[in-house]
Design a protein around this ligand. Sequence first.
Ligand SMILES: [Zn+2]
Ligand SMILES: [Zn+2]
Length: 264
Amino acid sequence: MTHLQLTPIGTSPAWYNHGEANSGFLLEVDGFRILVDCGSGVIARYLDLFGTDRPIDAIVLSHVHADHCFDLVPLKFGIGIGPLADWRPQLWLPPGAPERLARLVSAWDADFSFFTDTFDVHEFAPGTDFALGGCSVSSLEVPHYVESFALRFDHAAGSFGYTADLGPTPHVAPFMAGVDVLLAEAALAEHADLSAPDRGHITATEAGHVAEAAGVGRLLLTHVPEELGFERAVAAAATQFAGPVDLARSGELVPVAQVIRSAS
Ligand SMILES: [Zn+2]
Ligand SMILES: [Zn+2]
């Protein structure tokens, strides 16, 4: 039996909810471990949950914002000079990310070899799927303040979608059509000015609308600022989405494959 399961590692917005790391989500496919985003605090929390003997096989970044990529740095040192010497994760980057990451580490006079020395680096391209742990991975560029890519993982046993950080777009629901579990950001307050041009986030209500339009099996919300109220966010999403909706919680295992079995 194939095991396809998600474990949120960090679910904070760009700052920290109480005791929570920034964005990072572990997708496991028959023991192959894919970390989707690697924001501040994610590796510390991962090691807290799993110890050092469960190497991450691959990391996929949705975009180069601090809350989605900063823990690549301590991970690099954990592998290079720390206790993670036998780890050699693939690192799948969105278009433009190598240049942005190179600029980031130039602060301490490093260049992009800072990453290629440690990670098996690849760049994905929207419209071209790539294979990872038996999944076909596809990406969709979404509106945000930098290039950001929604990600979809399709496996024979089930499917998982992640909106990444995004502003409103009619393209994300068709892209996520029928996924068993949709992890959607809901960073924006319901009372925010929704007419603001070029906004880079959505509300929980809008996340629920995407889930309903896409016909997903289950909706998990992430990137929700604690001060907006977690229960309020779940309730807002539920006004739009008729299926199960919950908050993504660090360390709480979500079976993806079982969702498809129970729905069929
Ligand atoms: Zn973010
Ligand atoms: Zn962002």
